[in-house]
Design a protein around this ligand. Structure first.
Ligand SMILES: Cc1cc2nc3c(=O)[nH]c(=O)nc-3n(C[C@H](O)[C@H](O)[C@H](O)COP(=O)(O)OP(=O)(O)OC[C@H]3O[C@@H](n4cnc5c(N)ncnc54)[C@H](O)[C@@H]3O)c2cc1C
Length: 449
């Protein structure tokens, strides 16, 4: 590998950090690696986990990236998101509970980045504005805005890695009469504090991931009543009396909201929990992934390599439940391709055929358990081609199953369960306080003996 090869990584969230770690670990093993620059528009690493009080635009008029809310706790046990070579034991120096507040998960990600010496490659406060491919030079032209110095400049790269996430640009459907609603109206992307809604009647639109999670948090922090409006099917979880699921909205008349079952109710606030769109305004048309939130994405070989130009690489773009592990393994795969250790199929047709096989399997996914198995198979497929440290993926899937079962049995207590690390075999510590009664997020309180 010639060091005159240049690689741009867009974003220093968990995916970008994994990619940097993959290269740095190759460098430390004696491989010659390309010149790498990671551009991050925020002033710090961590992506979504870099919580900010800001909403709307940031200090440089860039779209605020993070959708993280202050009191969020992870909704999957940490044992499903553990770096094989940077374990929770290593980071905390002791066993900690399975579910973590967002700031403590962030602390772990920071530790991973520091331990792996990847910050040297990151240029902060640099926002990618535009990327197109120069056929005549066989290079990518990347337009970068230096936010601090208010300067725009361009650079050329041989490879571009898109790691800018897909939980940042809200999807906000129109609701009949929403323009007449005089109360507080926001998307979960802009939701920060549950305390804001104490003693209010709140309507959440959408019952996928953020709707139920925000409902629980609102309940915990004293919201008077919470309704979750579902589109197709109620979750039918064992909600406390203050939380109820209601069908689709048919009409909104000021504070009064009508539902498909002919019921109606007054609300003080409406929070759209309608998810996010894949949005890459900085990519030229012929390079831009256009997809809904799906588990196997179109036009990406191995959900990584852009079909028409495989030197354009996307990381972490699928709806994933094995978050950190998936992007970590994808990054290893992408690195090995760039270093020349993996060959992709010679023709586009072969890659299309492979995608088609996965898409057929995807169609057979009927429930969340099938989705876990699908992702496990996907991971195993990638692992077969790379030299990634062994970990017991089957056991991770077992943990996921148990987590879903526990959530269905009791939504208020599932975060109190503990699991065993598949990497260190450490049993997580039982937290001293149940999740519903825990209002502290300080690291000190969290690791208290
Ligand atoms: C509310 C919420 C809760 C979640 N909870 C969990 C959980 O419990 N467990 C779990 O595993 N996952 C969870 N996730 C998923 C989460 O997105 C992933 O854990 C992880 O952050 C994805 O990493 P990423 O690097 O792919 O993307 P991101 O974390 O989104 O990072 C992308 C980075 O790209 C940067 N960027 C964006 N545009 C540009 C640009 N034009 N130029 C330069 N830089 C740019 C951003 O500033 C950001 O730093 C949650 C997500 C949300 C929104």
């Amino acid at each position: 590998m010639c060091s005159s090869i240049r690689v741009a990584i867009c974003g220093a969230g968990p995916s970008g950090l994994s990619q940097l770690h993959a290269f740095e670990s190759a460098r430390q093993k004696g491989y010659e690696i390309p010149e790498i620059i990671c551009y991050e528009k925020q002033s710090d690493l961590g992506g979504q986990w870099n919580y900010t009080w800001r909403t709307g635009l940031d200090e440089y008029n860039e779209h605020v990236h993070s959708s993280m809310y202050f009191n969020l706790w992870t909704n999957l046990p940490k044992e499903c998101s553990e770096y094989v070579d940077y374990t929770y034991d290593k980071h905390f120096g002791q066993s900690v509970p399975s579910y973590l507040p967002q700031n403590i998960f962030y602390d772990y990600i920071r530790g991973y980045a520091q331990q792996n010496n990847v910050c040297q490659y990151i240029q902060f406060n640099k926002s990618i504005q535009w990327i197109n491919y120069l056929d005549e030079k066989s290079k990518f032209n990347v337009l970068i805005k230096d936010l601090k110095n208010d300067k725009i400049y361009s650079e050329e790269f041989d490879y571009v890695i898109i790691a800018t996430g897909h939980y940042s640009t809200p999807f906000i459907p129109y609701l009949n009469g929403i323009e007449t609603f005089p109360g507080r109206l926001l998307h979960s992307h802009d939701y920060r504090f549950a305390e804001d809604f104490q003693n209010r009647n709140v309507l959440l639109i959408g019952n996928n991931v953020s709707g139920p999670d925000i409902a629980l948090e609102l309940y915990k922090y004293g919201t008077k009543s919470i309704k979750i409006s579902y589109r197709t099917k109620a979750k039918e979880l064992k909600w406390p009396n203050e939380i109820k699921e209601v069908p689709l909205i048919t009409k909104i008349e000021k504070n009064l909201v009508y539902f498909k079952d002919n019921s109606s109710e007054r609300f003080d606030a409406i929070i759209y929990c309608t998810g996010y769109i894949h949005y890459f305004p900085y990519l030229d048309d012929n390079l831009r992934l256009k997809s809904s939130n799906s588990i196997y994405l179109p036009n990406l070989y191995k959900t990584i390599f852009w079909l028409d130009q495989p030197r354009l690489i996307y990381l972490g773009m699928q709806r994933a439940t094995l978050g950190l592990n998936i992007t970590n393994i994808q990054s290893w795969y992408a690195r090995d391709f760039i270093l020349g250790n993996i060959q992709l199929p010679l023709t586009k047709q072969e890659m299309e055929f492979d995608i088609k096989q996965w898409k057929i399997k995807e169609k057979n996914i009927k429930n969340i358990y099938d989705a876990f198995h699908f992702q496990k198979d996907y991971i195993i497929d990638l692992l077969n081609s790379i030299d990634y440290p062994h970990f017991n993926i089957e056991q991770v899937v077992e943990i996921l199953f148990d987590c879903i079962k526990a959530r269905n049995e009791n939504i208020l207590t599932y975060r109190d369960k503990i699991y065993t690390s598949v990497i260190t075999n450490t049993i997580a510590k039982q937290h001293h306080t149940t999740w519903i009664k825990e209002f502290s997020q300080s690291l000190e309180d969290f690791i208290q003996k």
